[in-house]
Write a protein that binds this ligand. Structure first.
Ligand code: SAM
Length: 352
C-alpha cells in the first residue's frame, strides 16, 4: 500500500494526522478519494447507519452588518435584496415544516441587529412551546457569551458558526479588518462550553486557500471537536470583490468531507446546498463520502431567491422542503434512509 494510503489508514485508526500528513493527503486527493470514501462511509455507518437527517432551513433575514468579502449578502452589496421575516412568518414556516414532518428547524440569517436578543429569545421560546418535540438550531453569527447563554436558556439546542478558515492570514484576506479569527474561534469554544451542539466549518476553494490551510482546518476541528461541521465549496457572487474568482471543486469538497468523517467519527455532517449547486449529484456523492444531514429550504418561496450568498444558489426542486417526497426518493435510491426525527448528535441523544 502506498505511503499516502497508510496515512488515510492512520486517520481511520486514530482520528488524527499531523499537519504535514494532512497537507500531503490533501495535495494528492485525486488518487486517494476512492480509498478514503471506502473507509469514511464505513465509519459513518458504524455511528449512524444509513440514516440521513433532514432539517428544515429557515433563512429569516438577508440583512447583515458584516462585510465578508465572499458573501452575496455583505453589507456593501447595494444590489442585494434585503428582507426580514417577522416572528409570525417564522412560526408559519415551522408550522408548515412540522406538518411535513420536520423535527429540527434551523434559523439562519445575516448578523442583523434588528433581531435583538429579546426578539430572538421570544422566537425560540415560541417555537419550543408550540413544538416541544423539535430541536432549534441557530446560525446567526458572532455574539457575546451572555447572548449565547440567553439563547440556550430559552431552549435553543444547536448553533452553527463556520470558522471559515483556521489560518489567521487567510482569514484576514477573506474578511474586513474589524473581524478576527480569534473572536470567531472564541465564540465556538464558548458555544461548546455553554452546552450547545456546536457546528464549525469552512469553504473549500475559497480565494487564496492553500492545501496547508485546509490541513489547519482539520487540526482546528480535531481541537474543537464540534458536533456538526458544515463544509461546502466557495462559489463566487458577482456583486462581491471575489466575483471573478474560481469556485471550489466538488471533488476536493467531497474529499474534505471524507477526512472530516474520519477525524470526527460521530460528527453530523451536512451535504450542503453549495455542493448541490455546483454538482447535480453533489448531495448523493456527499452521502457516499460520509455526510449524513440534508437541510431543505423551508423559507417562504417568495424570499428564497433573495438569500443569495453566491451565484446560481439552488432553492427550488429537491432543495425545497415542499418537494420532500422527491428528495426522500433520491436519498433512498442512493441507498440511504431519510429520517425526520430530531437527529441529535450521539452524545446528546439522552439529554434535553
Ligand atoms: N451570519 C451567520 C454566520 O456568519 O455564521 C450565518 C449566515 S452566513 C451567510 C452562512 C455561511 O454561508 C457562511 O458561514 C459561509 O461559509 C457561507 N457562504 C457565504 N458566502 C459564500 C460563498 N460565496 N460561497 C460559499 N459559501 C458561502
Amino acid at each position: 500500500m502506498s505511503e499516502l494510503k497508510l496515512l488515510i489508514d492512520k486517520l481511520y485508526r486514530t482520528s488524527h494526522l499531523e499537519k504535514e500528513e494532512y497537507t500531503a493527503v490533501i495535495t494528492h486527493y485525486t488518487e486517494l478519494s476512492e480509498y478514503l470514501f471506502s473507509l469514511s462511509s464505513r465509519v459513518r455507518e458504524a455511528s449512524y447507519g444509513k440514516d440521513v437527517y433532514l432539517r428544515g432551513l429557515i433563512e429569516f433575514t438577508s440583512c447583515c452588518k458584516n462585510d465578508c468579502l465572499y458573501c452575496g449578502i455583505r453589507r456593501s452589496n447595494k444590489n442585494a435584496q434585503r428582507y426580514r421575516l417577522s416572528k409570525e412568518q417564522i412560526i408559519n414556516c415551522c408550522e408548515n415544516g412540522y406538518a411535513l414532518g420536520f423535527r429540527t428547524f434551523v434559523l439562519q440569517g445575516g448578523e442583523d441587529m434588528h433581531y435583538t436578543d429579546d426578539i430572538i429569545c421570544d422566537i425560540i421560546k415560541s417555537i419550543k412551546s408550540l413544538y416541544p418535540d423539535c430541536a432549534v438550531t441557530l446560525s446567526i453569527g458572532e455574539k457575546s457569551r451572555e447572548s449565547y447563554q440567553r439563547y440556550f436558556d430559552s431552549g435553543a439546542d444547536r448553533f452553527l458558526l463556520r470558522h471559515e478558515t483556521a489560518n489567521e492570514a487567510h482569514y484576514a484576506r477573506l474578511h474586513p479588518e474589524n473581524m478576527s479569527l480569534s473572536n470567531r474561534k472564541n465564540c465556538l469554544f464558548t458555544l461548546k462550553n455553554i452546552g450547545f451542539q456546536t457546528g464549525a466549518g469552512f469553504m473549500v476553494g475559497s480565494p487564496y486557500q492553500t492545501e496547508e490551510n485546509l490541513a489547519e482546518d482539520m487540526l482546528f476541528l480535531e481541537q474543537l471537536k464540534p458536533e456538526m461541521v458544515g463544509i461546502g465549496p466557495f462559489i463566487p457572487h458577482k456583486e462581491t470583490p471575489f466575483g471573478a474568482m474560481q469556485s471550489g471543486t466538488a471533488e476536493l469538497t467531497l474529499f474534505m468531507l471524507g477526512l472530516t468523517r474520519l477525524a470526527l467519527p460521530t460528527v453530523l455532517l451536512p451535504a450542503t446546498t453549495a455542493l448541490g449547486t455546483i454538482h447535480p449529484y453533489g448531495r448523493e456523492l456527499a452521502l457516499k463520502a460520509g455526510a449524513n444531514v440534508i437541510m431543505p429550504n423551508l423559507s417562504p418561496s417568495d424570499k428564497r431567491s433573495k438569500y443569495s450568498l453566491y451565484d446560481n444558489k439552488i432553492y427550488d426542486g429537491d432543495e425545497s422542503a415542499q418537494n420532500l417526497s422527491s428528495l426522500k426518493k433520491r436519498i433512498e435510491s442512493a441507498g440511504y434512509h431519510a429520517v425526520m426525527s430530531r437527529g441529535d448528535h450521539i452524545d446528546f441523544t439522552k439529554e434535553k
